[in-house]
Ligand binder design. Structure first.
Ligand SMILES: Nc1ncnc2c1ncn2[C@@H]1O[C@H](COP(=O)(O)OP(=O)(O)OP(=O)(O)O)[C@@H](O)[C@H]1O
Length: 252
């Protein structure tokens, strides 16, 4: 049986009185892509952001329940969230490179975490850009601004920035929704390659995308998980009527 990279047990998320995520228990297998789908406002992003404690940054937000990474429950006050986010990286909907050079976008995080030698940083920059399939497009302009890259290239740079910290898990919140079809296809190919080394959890509104790139899919509705299964099974033979109504476009 495949080991889990991360598991939630009865995870609940509240914004003040609003109960946005309700009793969600999910296991994310190592080196697999798991897609979170569901209509707007059903709690996918809120759930995703809980997994690396990004919701801590929202004052009204409260998260209860367990998030297990190996034998550690990371949803506790003793968790060092900066160190945690090194293990669980995040890529956002809109590419958000730093106002720095391509090289510095990658080197910044590892340097902060203690990699000081230039040769080590050079290697890490190249390795990360290669892993994110953007080395060939950037190798001759590493010291130019990241903002000179196209949107699709910036998103692959952001993935490289995440990879440079050698995470175990990469969370992606609609990473292609701001991209054109060709850039989307490149990022999808990249996700399929990255799963050889990383466990990936991706929120997507695009059901074709979920079907193309994920191994497992969770269907969220009104803060609950209605169904969680192998992607092929969930799309071809869902066990819940709400799932079949959603994937056939009857609502959402
Ligand atoms: N910072 C916040 N403060 C208060 N309520 C919030 C906040 N962020 C999200 N919510 C509410 O929590 C619920 C879940 O939102 P969330 O963004 O997680 O849904 P989603 O499924 O990711 O939606 P979408 O697909 O539109 O991004 C919604 O009702 C939303 O209005």
């Amino acid at each position: 049986m495949q080991a889990n990279a991360l598991s939630t047990k009865k995870l609940n998320v509240y914004y003040g009185e609003k109960h946005a995520v309700q009793d969600v228990s999910l296991d994310f297998a190592e080196k697999q892509v798991t897609a979170l789908i569901g209509p707007s406002g059903c709690g996918k992003s809120t759930f995703l952001r809980s997994l690396n404690r990004m919701n801590d940054l929202i004052p009204s937000c409260r998260v209860t329940g367990d998030i297990w990474m190996k034998e550690h429950n990371i949803n506790g006050s003793e968790t060092d969230v900066v160190a945690l986010r090194k293990h669980i990286g995040m890529v956002f909907q809109r590419p958000n490179p730093f106002h720095k050079s391509i090289y510095e976008n990658i080197a910044f995080g590892p340097r902060y975490h203690g990699v000081k030698k230039k040769a080590d940083l050079d290697n890490l920059v190249e390795e990360s850009l290669r892993k994110a399939a953007i080395w060939d497009e950037t190798k001759d302009r590493l010291h130019k601004s990241a903002f000179a890259l196209s949107g699709g290239q910036q998103q692959r740079l952001c993935i490289a920035r995440s990879v440079a910290l050698k995470p175990d898990i990469i969370l992606m919140d609609e990473p292609t929704s701001a991209l054109d079809p060709i850039s989307t296809s490149r990022v999808e190919d990249l996700i399929s390659e990255l799963k050889q080394d990383y466990s990936i959890v991706i929120v997507t509104h695009n059901m074709h995308q979920a079907a193309r790139i994920s191994d497992k899919t969770a269907f969220f509705l009104s803060g609950h998980v209605v169904e969680y299964d192998e992607t092929d099974k969930l799309f071809m033979d869902p066990s819940q009527k709400q799932t079949s109504d959603y994937i056939s476009g009857r609502f959402g």
